[in-house]
Design a protein around this ligand. Structure first.
Ligand code: NAP
Length: 263
């Protein structure tokens, strides 16, 4: 199916690895020009080259830390100057540190909100005027299954992503008349670097191996396996498509059936 995305400009943040990279690759494969960012300059340049070589699309890499408002401003200025106004925005950032209520210090809350909630708000603020003017735009926010089913050990993530979900739903209503859709995409368990790290931690605690910890995680998923970055990117590319123009204000799970609630 042609998703109608040829030559659209997509900005995907936190995209040298994992889910962000999966989204950047899927959009580049559909013919989008893509801007990616992350904090590690060497990775950003290398990955931009790899995705461009694999897809034949133009891909540019920028160094930016989503926890730093100044970096987000500079990223937006550079992308607009070099590539133009993004037609598609995929917001992503590394997750806040794990911890239960008893472990989390008060000063960690504003940091988590800056990284996970306000970075997305700043990025959206930087792209919506041009999207409104052209009467078309796609905004996708990577959140988590935790907004439907909070994860006990990820208090900061649960709090910040729930706030982002409220932002997503509210602006979706306001931006729909301008041809802009706004949706959140909720990963379950995907085999990324972050998940490998989590498996290592679990293995240490349980006295087992990371491979066993990953296999145990996979058993909790009805599909019988962890997701891949490709599984996730494909759904994001579809939500960015012309065909998905009537989908807005939605929370779309990509979790192999892991979520146990009804709606
Ligand atoms: P990952 O494999 O560790 O990749 C993270 C990517 O983001 C890397 O490119 C990293 O590059 C970049 N990054 C990290 N912190 C950043 C920051 N402050 N500013 C800019 N770029 C940053 O992680 P992932 O598994 O794809 O997870 C992506 C997001 O989805 C996270 O928020 C995670 O909590 C959430 N999530 C993931 C899963 C899952 O199963 N994987 C499930 C639910 C939610 P640099 O380190 O060079 O910056």
């Amino acid at each position: 199916m042609d998703l109608g995305l040829k030559n659209k400009l997509a900005l995907v943040t936190a995209a040298t690895k994992g889910l962000g990279r999966g989204c950047a690759e899927a959009l580049a494969r559909e013919g989008c020009r893509v801007a990616i960012c992350a904090r590690t300059t060497g990775d950003v340049q290398r990955v931009a080259g790899e995705i461009a070589a694999a897809t034949g699309s133009e891909v540019r890499g920028y160094t930016a830390d989503m926890a730093k408002p100044g970096d987000i401003d500079s990223l937006l200025v550079a992308v607009k100057a070099q590539l133009g106004n993004p037609d598609i925005l995929v917001t992503n950032a590394g997750g806040p540190p794990p911890g239960k209520y008893a472990d989390v210090k008060l000063e960690q809350y504003p940091q988590a909100l800056e990284l996970t909630l306000l970075s997305a708000v700043r990025l959206v603020a930087g792209v919506t005027e041009a999207m409104k003017a052209q009467g078309w735009g796609r905004i996708l926010m990577i959140t988590s299954i935790a907004v439907k089913q909070p994860i006990d050990t990820l208090l900061l993530s649960n709090v910040a992503r729930s706030g982002l979900t409220g932002f997503m739903k509210t602006i979706a209503t306001e931006l729909a008349p301008f041809g802009i859709t706004v949706n959140a995409v909720l990963p379950g368990l995907h085999a990324t670097d972050r998940m490998q790290q989590l498996a290592k931690n679990q293995a240490q605690q349980k006295g087992t191996t990371p491979e066993t910890a990953l296999a145990e995680m996979a058993k909790t998923i009805p599909a019988g396996r962890l997701g891949t970055a490709g599984d996730f990117g494909a759904v994001v590319a579809f939500l960015a498509s012309q065909q998905a123009g009537f989908v807005t204000g939605s929370n779309i799970l990509v979790d192999g059936g892991a979520y146990k609630g009804l709606i």
